[in-house]
Design a protein around this ligand. Structure first.
Ligand code: DPP
Ligand code: ZN
Length: 872
């Protein structure tokens, strides 16, 4: 397979002024007629090159009304070349495609009996021949013809300008999008769908019709998405002054979808997982995720659609920025500090390993084989951290000035990450020259921090060194510019007053904002009456790792006193990690396991004060996950980590039993509700349930399940029962769950996932059985992620069983899925690629499976790219 390089970018040779598409949707093959006006942009490029799927059936091609002779066209691979194209002309191309057989879920395909599309990044080339690149933007008019009874709803982008009957039971609709857009934002839906409608009045007084389309039986579950959409529309007006620009906004929910959702202009297509929510089938977390993704896709209307990417290397231009926007939106809805903790946990759990592994790439990659493989946590979530750092460096108002200038300069254009940074610089007179390295250098920077207190002068010095690790293809790294938020805390737990006398930094409402620019940085504070305890990297102000000389007592002091909630949580987690790593060593050495009374005392204090912010206490008391503990080790001690973590939970359960029992009672509400307070109480109640179960108390979980009237509680009980010792109670609960939710795909996904996450020794056997369950299908990405994804990426203990059977199971699934849906197969294979992190036996078994995949005939370039890079 061929590698594409950013350095080879060339502007398009031809522009497309407009395109008219006509779809004749049939059960056995769909004809697509495209009529486009093409205009040359560059004198020395006589040929017009269009992209198109090699399998696509080209029926006819005309230039200015005359069929093109065979000698003028050539087809090779994904490209159709038209030789000696005149300076301008009208091309008419007719193709036939087979959406009914499209299992890749890219281009036009069928889901649940309905037609829908997914064109980002390069799906439009499966629909017709077109210059399928984001810097070719054009005006779309789309005519859809279909059977009226089977497909009463016909949708595309923009406004419907015509509709009517065609006879013979067929009908049509014509949609026109007044905005120029790249082909990746094209969308079409034809189906038998119900609709939930509402409206929104923009701040300038325009009325926008809002519609959410879903299966009729799912409409009652769309209200939360609708409410979220309206809140997001208002928020973007208030925070960024951005208003919606069309009279209609449609969302369609489909159950077979590779990604979470897609921001097609005025016709978002969503995975049902991010639209449907009611308390019976969705957990509190699901509600939050729906709200976040609805907002994300809405925000793309400006950051992505009005201003789009010049090429796919610039993907973070729209994704990093839009993730940052959705994170901030969600932070404004409930608890800002808990949102920040969750976002950092995600970054550490998924992006840090990516950045330290064989697929490490900068947020603006230099090359790819398959662009679908670059919709990564690095491009999205590290990309959002990079935007957040600019927000921090420039301040709220400075950042807003930069955004305003960005839209003023680039509305309607396809631009680069550099254009964005330039707008931020120019609007603020700032120099982000060194900061731009964040776009080019991969790897998580490591900070090493030491401090020095001089009693006689009252001076305190902080010495921060940074280094950026080597990553594939990048051996030399330069130091980065980053904001470092610091607090100095006195013995009474209060912030201390001080002067910064050496080093670059400014006072900040959350302490000090220090600039790190060098490999070696020193900051000196004077005017201190006693030694401060430093609160480091408050709010996680840069996406880095830290080694600091703080001792355990300092960290527990911060756990009790830090006024920055993120830093407080971090200090507590640090002590837990340190404790767990000691326990792992003791397990391995067969020594007695000791947790330390100081940690128990700190936790008791947290539980005594839990009433004021139950969700925050729940966060503090949630132990780091097994995979994250593994990240802290040179070689992942799969079994010892599990034992150590169980032990710590056991100790905290017993030592604090009366608090757990009290909180479980106090946090139980009689009436269900979705207010932030009620969700917060539920979070702590369900953490208490986990600790009560660690006491060997199965009864509470059984009753919890029986009495639950919402999915959050129900799932919490199942999570405990699936690992518990009472097999009868577990089987009864899982059977009840299945019967109750048999018709609810999203709930059944949870049923599959929970069983795959069990720590029981026979989990792989269960997973193999479930693979043959009548409700399982290799064709549905949600189901695959639920069963296979959960097992391989969420169950370190059982997936990494030293027998290697977990690896063999995964590679077999990947092989099969790859023949249907390469994009999803390439995601599923990821848990195999970090073999260098495991002992020689496991590593060898992992490599054996990767090697076997590489030898599969007809392997997709998607899976090839991941697997081959992981073996380099
Ligand atoms: N649909 C994906 C997203 O919104 C890709 N644009 O992030
Ligand atoms: Zn996005």
């Amino acid at each position: 397979p061929q590698t594409i390089f950013l350095k080879d970018y060339e502007a398009p040779a031809f522009a497309v002024e407009s395109i008219a598409l006509c779809f004749d949707l049939r059960e056995k093959g769909t004809r697509v007629l495209s009529t486009m006006t093409v205009v040359r942009q560059s004198e020395n490029m006589p040929n017009l090159v269009l992209d198109g799927d090699p399998q696509m059936d080209l029926l006819s091609i005309k230039l200015d009304g005359t069929p093109l002779p065979a000698g003028r066209i050539s087809r090779a691979g994904e490209q159709l070349t038209i030789k000696d194209m005149p300076a301008s002309g009208v091309l008419e191309i007719e193709v036939e495609i087979e959406p009914q057989n499209n299992a890749r879920l890219e281009g036009l395909y069928k889901s649940g009996g309905n037609f829908c599309t997914q064109c980002e990044a390069q799906g439009f080339r499966n629909i017709t021949f077109f210059p399928d690149r984001p810097d070719v933007m054009t005006r779309f008019t789309v005519r859809i013809e279909a059977d009226k009874a089977a497909y009463p709803v016909l949708l595309s982008n923009g406004n419907r300008i015509e509709q009517g009957d065609l006879g013979a039971g067929r009908h049509f609709a014509v949609w026109e999008d007044p905005f120029k857009k790249p082909a990746y934002l094209f969308a079409l839906v034809a189906g038998d769908l119900g609709v939930l409608s509402d409206q929104f009045t923009t701040r300038s007084g325009r009325t926008v019709a809002l519609h959410i389309y879903a299966k009729a039986r799912d409409l009652p579950k769309c209200q939360h998405a609708m409410d979220s959409l309206k809140r997001a529309m208002r928020w973007d007006e208030e925070v960024y002054g951005l208003e919606y620009d069309l009279d209609i906004y449609n969302i369609v929910a489909v159950s077979d979808f590779n990604m979470g959702a897609m921001e097609n202009k005025s016709l978002n297509i969503f995975n049902t997982k991010y639209v449907l929510a009611d308390p019976q089938i969705a957990t509190d977390t699901d509600f939050d995720n729906v709200e976040g993704v609805i907002a994300h896709e809405y925000f793309h209307n400006w950051t992505g659609n009005r201003v789009t990417c010049r090429d796919w290397f610039q993907l973070s231009l729209k994704e990093g920025l839009t993730v940052f926007r959705d994170q901030e939106y969600s932070a404004d809805q409930a608890s800002r500090s808990i949102k920040r903790i969750h976002d950092v946990k995600t970054l550490r759990a998924f992006q840090f390993p990516e950045d330290a592994g064989p697929l490490a790439h900068p947020i603006r990659p230099d090359s790819y084989i398959e662009i679908n493989n670059f919709y990564t946590v690095t491009v999205y979530n590290k990309g959002a951290e990079v935007i957040r750092m600019m927000h921090r460096l420039l301040g709220v108002e400075g950042f807003r000035r930069g955004m305003d200038l960005y839209f003023q300069r680039h509305d309607g254009q396809a631009v680069t990450c550099d254009d964005f940074v330039a707008a931020m610089e120019d609007a603020n007179g700032a120099d982000l020259g060194q900061f731009r390295l964040w776009y080019a250098q991969a790897g998580t920077p490591e900070l090493t921090i030491e401090d020095h207190w001089e009693e006689s002068t009252g001076r305190y010095e902080l010495h921060i060194k940074q280094s950026v690790p080597q990553t594939p293809g990048q051996t030399e790294k330069a130091p980065m510019h980053m904001p470092f938020l610091l607090g100095l805390i006195g013995p009474n737990g209060q912030e201390m007053d001080a002067e910064l006398v050496a080093g670059e930094g400014t006072r900040h409402d959350a302490g000090w904002l220090l600039h790190i620019r060098q490999s070696d940085n020193r900051y000196q504070f004077s005017g201190l009456g006693s030694r401060p305890i430093p609160s480091l990297l408050r709010g996680f102000s840069a996406p880095v790792t830290i080694k600091a000389s703080l001792n355990r007592a300092d960290k527990l002091f911060l756990t009790a006193h830090d006024s920055d909630p993120f830093a407080r949580w971090e200090a507590c987690q640090d002590v837990m990690i340190e404790t767990l790593l000691d326990l792992v060593k003791a397990v391995d050495a067969g020594q007695p396991l000791d947790v330390g009374q100081d940690l128990i005392d700190a936790c008791e204090k947290i539980l005594e004060d839990a009433q004021s912010d139950p969700a925050f206490a729940a966060e503090l008391m949630t132990l780091p996950g097994e995979a994250y503990i593994g990240q802290m080790m040179d070689v992942v001690a799969v079994d010892a980590i599990h034992h150590a973590r169980i032990h710590l939970r056991h100790v905290l359960a017993h030592a604090l039993e009366s608090h757990w029992r009290r909180l479980y009672r106090e946090m139980t509400d009689t009436v269900f509700g979705l207010s932030p307070e009620q969700k917060s109480r539920r979070a702590l109640k369900n953490v208490a349930l986990i600790y009560l179960a660690a006491l060997g108390d199965n009864e509470t979980a059984r009753t919890h399940y029986a009495q639950s009237n919402n999915m959050t509680d129900r799932l919490a009980a199942l999570q405990v029962l699936v690992n518990g010792s009472d097999d009868a109670a577990r089987d009864a609960a899982f059977a009840d769950f299945y019967d109750r939710f048999e018709m609810e795909d999203l709930a059944i996904d949870k049923w599959f996932a929970l069983q795959a996450l069990s720590d029981k020794p026979d989990t792989l056997k269960t997973v193999r059985t479930l693979r043959n369950h009548s409700a399982f299908s290799l064709r549905n990405p949600n189901r695959l992620r639920a069963l296979v994804g959960s097992f391989a990426s969420g169950n370190q203990l059982r997936f990494h069983a030293v027998s290697g059977e977990g690896y063999a199971f995964l590679s077999d699934i990947v092989k099969h899925v790859d023949q249907l849906n390469p994009q999803t197969a390439a995601r599923l294979v990821l848990p195999l690629i970090r073999h260098e992190r495991y002992d020689p036996v496991r590593a060898g078994l992992m490599r054996k499976q990767l090697q076997a995949l590489l030898n599969v005939d007809g392997l997709s370039k998607d899976v090839y790219e991941i697997v081959s890079k992981s073996l380099m």
